[in-house]
Design a protein around this ligand. Sequence first.
Ligand code: GDP
Ligand code: ZN
Length: 311
Amino acid sequence: MKGIVTRSTGSWHTVSDAEGNSLPCKLKGNFRIKGIRTTNPLAVGDRVEVEVSGDKTVGIITRVLDRQNYIIRKATKLSKESHIIAANIDQLIIVATLAFPRTSTGFIDRVLVTAEAYHIPAAIVFNKMDLHAGELLQWLEETEQIYSDAGYPCLRVSVKSGEGIENFKELLKDKISLITGHSGVGKSSLINLIQPGLRLKTMEISSYHLKGQHATTFAEMHPLSFGGFIIDTPGIKEFGLTDFNKNEVAERFPEMRALMHQCRYSNCTHSHEPGCAVIKAVEEGRIHQSRYYNYLSIFNGNDWNEDKWNH
Ligand code: GDP
Ligand code: ZN
């Protein structure tokens, strides 16, 4: 049997096949995955091969296919061991809104930088379109422009009016998606609309509560009736919070990455140097100012502060 791990709690893993059958499985003895030191050898999203028992009630996982990406969390701050939250994520969906509670570009850019670091494609879904008119609608158009120019697909939806919901389903169809966004932007409402009955419990867990409890929290994948999975993980809320190596930040802005090699100095930080291709592009309007300011803010290691980030 070939399948995907949809639940992983210690030594038992639920594996689901393409037909939707699932089987409790154990990992073959002394199994190791090379490369990373982790507290868990398997995570939701892992693609595996399974030897099914004669009575077809349990299975032994004999092979784990190479991961296309994975998200991790350090077991503790100082520890070298990591906990893999999920693997093979096809996309990260940021649910945002310019209505209440307004999502800042600072938040969006932080999450996008993290997605780039993990090699996960990202898309932005703007919800509560029913509340957008006049100036707010104009602002939304500008914001969409910023992100589509940077290469991120943008979608407009409204749980209330139904606008864009079919497109939202289309976006999720046949993919493994991780959904993130501030509390109150409408994540649960959106998911309930497209998959009634699916309640993502861990979205309510505060990141405060999670500190120090990493080993006991497990991610889960929920199948969507029209195809695809949503990953439900306590890691969702923490998605924006990874350690940054300063010099890698610019590479995680695709529009800067495309120009960096043209800078006069190879160690250019794109903050003040003469002959900087990024600064030139900002001055000429080829890179949006808000993206550039958020780059500087992340590069300078400014602490997360929603007000300060509200460009
Ligand atoms: P979550 O914290 O991201 O899961 O957000 P919820 O799904 O709990 O939604 C927060 C609030 O926003 C609730 O009162 C919803 O009824 C409301 N809401 C969600 N989507 C929309 C929308 O498209 N339009 C409007 N006007 N309100 C919405
Ligand atoms: Zn530069």
